[in-house]
Design a protein around this ligand. Structure first.
Ligand code: NAD
Length: 362
């Protein structure tokens, strides 16, 4: 039965359009991007700062749909976080959901506050309503060098996504409609300046990386020949995890009962006591994540570990706890937006076939 379920599902998987990682049952809202960003920062911490961002300053631009996970992902890793975001509503949303701690429109105040927190090892985040170019220019002028530097403005889209340096939000909205060509050319020019600033900070010692928004390519097209002097996040921080067979593993409580997830969290902590990042994640996730959709959890597990977890969940259900079966799935390929088809599956299968599928696929 197990084998036919697996084979049947593999066939379905091949027929499914990529990007469906979060399809149907297993939609978990922003927990997925938060966890992916947490893993990226955790790996950066392991590579550069002996495993923690404590006492380190993380700087970035853009707190949108995905980028908005950055402040919480950084503070969950113990770091101090500073971001520039042009859209006040986007910042407010992250304040409301406690992903970000403070907002200001004063760049100097934002830098002073972040430096004070950093000096005192305080894991808090501040967002300044400003263009990222102005924040980076100020950091350069004041000789403040972030420990970790990246960017999640929507640079992949020079018309709708990125906001050129010269424009306010309302001026952007107007120019986009009235003269899109001019807007795009201003965007390219700004992205050139943006990357030049990142390169300056990199030369001063910031661990700098691109977060998959095509910023380096745009800057290169704008004439910045050495735009690719800093790496992308996948080769720098995700690929090393893939090389160890580590990847995302998520499960949801079909009962709708959050206590079921707390039970499975306990199992995870018991199963992998040596994994410090996992323990940090589960403990923080319990405190900071409000479930969206079914109560659910995601974490990254290594080769063989997903199977171990799935089998342990099977035992849990067999023994009458949690209240109802959970569904689990393991994903072999990190879900990269607009990226290659991944093995994200399962939405068309009934829950009985879904149960603990992750343990079988490992
Ligand atoms: P989004 O459009 O929801 O948010 C982008 C934010 O950047 C907006 O809030 C906008 O106001 C802000 N912004 C734009 N220009 C700015 C500027 N010059 N200064 C300050 N703020 C500015 O996009 P998103 O979903 O958060 O994703 C952001 C980018 O990161 C995208 O390009 C996305 O593809 C990329 N990304 C890729 C991956 C991946 O796995 N490859 C993961 C996360 C994000």
């Amino acid at each position: 039965e197990i084998a036919s379920c697996l084979v049947g599902s593999e066939m379905c998987i091949r027929d499914r359009y990529g990007q469906m990682t979060a399809g149907s049952w297993i939609y978990i809202g922003s927990q997925g991007i938060l966890q992916g960003t947490f893993e990226t920062f955790a790996e950066a911490a392991r590579q550069h700062f002996s495993g923690t961002l404590e006492g380190k300053l993380v700087v970035t631009g853009g707190l949108g749909g995905m980028g908005g996970a950055q402040p919480l992902a950084a503070t969950m890793n113990g770091g101090t976080f500073l971001a520039a975001e042009m859209d006040e509503e986007r910042i407010q949303k992250r304040l409301d959901t406690k992903y970000c701690d403070e907002m200001t429109d004063n760049i100097d105040y934002a830098i002073d506050t972040a430096l004070k927190w950093k000096e005192n090892n305080i894991a808090k985040s501040i967002a300044v309503k400003a263009n990222i170019i102005d924040l980076l220019a100020k950091l350069i002028e004041r000789n403040v060098t972030p420990d970790l530097l990246t960017d999640q403005t929507s640079a992949h889209d020079p018309l709708i996504g990125y906001i050129p340096h010269e424009l306010t939000n309302s001026e952007s909205d107007k120019l986009r409609v009235e003269d899109p060509e001019k807007y795009i050319s201003l965007s390219y020019e700004s992205m050139g300046t943006h990357v030049k600033h990142m390169l300056t900070l990199k030369d001063r010692g910031s661990h700098t990386f691109d977060y998959g928004n095509n910023l380096r390519e745009r800057a290169k097209e704008a004439g910045v020949e050495n735009a690719f002097d800093f790496p992308g996040f996948v080769p720098a921080y995700i690929r090393p995890l893939f090389c160890e067979g580590k990847g995302p593993f998520r499960w949801a409580a079909l009962s709708g009962d959050p206590n079921d997830i707390l039970e499975t969290d306990k199992v995870m902590l018991e199963l992998f006591p040596e994994d410090k990042a996992l323990a940090k994640w589960i403990n923080m996730a319990q405190k900071r994540i409000s479930f969206q959709g079914l109560p659910a959890r995601i974490c990254w597990l290594g080769y063989g570990e997903r199977k171990k977890a799935g089998l342990a969940f099977n035992e849990l259900v067999k023994n009458g706890s949690p209240a109802s079966p959970s569904s689990a799935l393991s994903i072999r390929v990190f879900p990269v937006p607009a990226g290659p088809t991944n093995n994200a599956p399962l939405g068309i299968l009934p829950p009985s076939l879904l149960n603990f599928f992750g343990s079988l696929r490992n």
